[in-house]
Design a protein around this ligand. Structure first.
Ligand code: NCD
Ligand code: ZN
Length: 347
């Protein structure tokens, strides 16, 4: 018997669209299913000023195929040189919806990120005043902290003190990967939310490392133990409004992934909705999918939920997504969910 669910159309609250040829290839994959997305600013060079964000938004709209409807929600990359007035003006104009904090060295293209948090307090204070959310890549980059512990250590040594200093700041802890992060977001006082990625719901570090190293599962923050995956699944399917979808779909050409020093990032835009329906069904929580993918995010960002709907149908035969996508610069591998996906997106 076929099973169907209809939800309001989803948005993606953490997405890497890149630029140039890659942008042209991946943008339709997001726009097919998602109405809006928070666009990560970690280009080379990064999107640091309102002028950069405006130019990037134009390039995205130019790359959008005719007939597709999609609204990019722009962000600025926070640096120690960021001008609070420029940020406030970009927010007032409706150009940007968040500012992104990358601790310097934490991930792909984060060299220009923040080394000393104190130096960006003037920007953060202004953001707290005007209600502009700060999206945080929550990992310390100290060399003596194990890569699997970097999120947990960040919570105690960076996030908690920052939020004590600036209690009015709206914070999104992005791509939460540990039970510690989940507990923090659920229990902390004040204005906090957390996004969860598709891949962190589907895989844990065994999938990445047992029986051979799988470069396409390498992302940052790195996938953790199964018990953390379990905590993420529980949070995502709980219906708690502080948790919502940020796919962190982060495409890299295969040549940059399948190499001695591969880039971090999983490309999940095309099959995210099938993956999520699979996870939510496994957790007996299909009725919570709409909240996670389509309602909690807009509420958090002060935007109305989408009016249009999406219907997913469970079929006997699994979905057939392409294994790879071609760009003029090389191929790009789609995230392998590691199980057959039976939920097809109909519309
Ligand atoms: C992202 C990228 O490639 O830009 N990579 C990733 O593994 N998630 C950067 C990021 O969001 O950390
Ligand atoms: Zn990301």
């Amino acid at each position: 018997m076929t099973q169907r669910i209809t939800i309001r159309r989803p948005d993606d609250w953490h997405l890497h669209l890149r630029d140039g040829a890659m942008l042209k290839t991946v943008l339709p994959e997001t726009a097919r299913h998602f109405v809006r997305a928070i666009i990560m600013p970690n280009l080379v060079p990064p999107v640091v000023t309102a002028a950069d964000a405006s130019a990037y938004r134009d390039r995205i709209m130019t790359a959008l195929p005719e007939g597709m409807d999609f609204t990019p929600l722009m962000t600025l990359y926070l640096t120690e040189q960021t001008d609070p007035d420029d940020v406030a003006a970009a927010y007032a104009d409706g150009l940007i919806h968040a500012v992104k904090l990358y601790p310097a060295g934490a991930t792909t293209n984060s060299q220009s990120g923040v080394k000393t948090l104190r130096n960006v307090y003037p920007v953060l204070e202004r953001m707290a005043e005007i209600g502009l959310p700060l999206c945080i890549h929550g990992e310390v980059t100290t060399h003596d902290v194990d890569i699997f512990d970097r999120e947990q250590v960040f919570l105690d040594t960076v996030l908690a003190p920052l939020r004590r200093d600036l209690p009015g700041l709206k914070v999104t802890l992005e791509h939460v990967t540990t039970s510690h992060g989940i507990d923090y977001v659920r229990e902390a006082e004040g204005d906090i939310a957390g996004t969860i990625t598709t891949h962190h719901l589907m895989i844990n570090r065994n999938h990445m490392l047992v029986g051979g190293i799988r470069p396409h599962y390498y992302c940052l923050p790195i996938v953790k133990r199964a018990e953390h995956q379990k905590a993420l699944r529980a949070a995502a399917t709980s219906g708690h409004p502080r948790f919502f979808l940020g796919t962190d779909s982060a495409p890299h050409l295969d040549g940059a992934k399948e190499t001695a020093c591969g880039c971090a990032g999983c490309f999940t835009a095309p099959n995210t909705m099938s993956c999520l329906a699979h996870v939510f069904e496994e957790e007996g929580a299909l009725d919570k999918l709409e909240g996670f993918a389509s309602l909690h995010g807009p509420a958090r960002y002060g935007l109305p939920p989408n009016e249009a709907t999406m219907t997913l149908e469970k079929r006997e035969e699994p979905c057939t997504y392409p294994e790879t996508y071609e760009t003029p610069e090389g191929s790009l591998t789609l995230f392998d969910p590691n199980v057959p996906l039976h939920w097809h997106v109909l519309t």
